[in-house]
Ligand binder design. Sequence first.
Ligand SMILES: Nc1ncnc2c1ncn2[C@@H]1O[C@H](COP(=O)(O)OP(=O)(O)OP(=O)(O)O)[C@@H](O)[C@H]1O
Length: 236
Amino acid sequence: MPLLRAEGVTVAFGGRRALDSVSLTAEAGRVTGLIGPNGAGKSTLFDVVSGLRRPRTGRVRLDGRDITREGPARRARRGMSRTFQHLELFGRLSVRDNLLVAAELGPGRRHAARTADAVLDRLGLTALAEDPADALPTGVARLVEVGRALVLRPRVLLLDEPAAGQDAEETERFAALLRSLAADGTAVLLVEHDMSLVMSVCDEVYVLDLGHVVACGPPALIQRDETVLAAYLGEA
Ligand SMILES: Nc1ncnc2c1ncn2[C@@H]1O[C@H](COP(=O)(O)OP(=O)(O)OP(=O)(O)O)[C@@H](O)[C@H]1O
């Protein structure tokens, strides 16, 4: 049984379908990519999976359990956490305090400081722990957002464009982090525009275009898929 499954998810804004019967699976121990041109529906699908938006039709299942009607807090307690495309850090708080605020809500709350410090160490952020979040370059701030999701010890981690603003070296380190999270058994679902990152870290890639899954498979196949190329070139 897959850890996370979205089944036949449809979302409409006004008369327009942002998602039209979309199904997707994310397995424990794997990095699953979700790509597609601007406006394809990626963030909307994240909102449905994380409980911020109710779909018009369709289901979200975690471990087979139907969680479609559960809110984001309940899903977080079940082991799901996410980052946002637009940074949502507490700008005046230090890097460490940003993680602590989340750690105090999570399963490691009794040892929140230790939990936060362990994640800072894993992300290579210890030297910046006391810096205010709003003084950080975007690439580092995104890493802090990932850290805030990680202190909740997620089984399912949803990352919305986490590498935007990272330089080449930061992206390389980030790729290694994603692989190590998967090796720990986390199901990572990754929305990302950096194609070389997606193709190098993902086990499987879903391609959305205009609210439909137009392709799904291992990176090597997706890179050669004509429907995918057409979607990106605007010919689909
Ligand atoms: N709150 C909203 N109200 C109306 N339309 C919306 C809303 N949110 C998203 N949309 C529309 O739904 C479609 C999908 O948007 P979404 O943000 O999910 O795409 P995306 O694939 O994440 O795009 P991007 O790569 O640009 O972030 C777009 O046409 C968008 O304009």
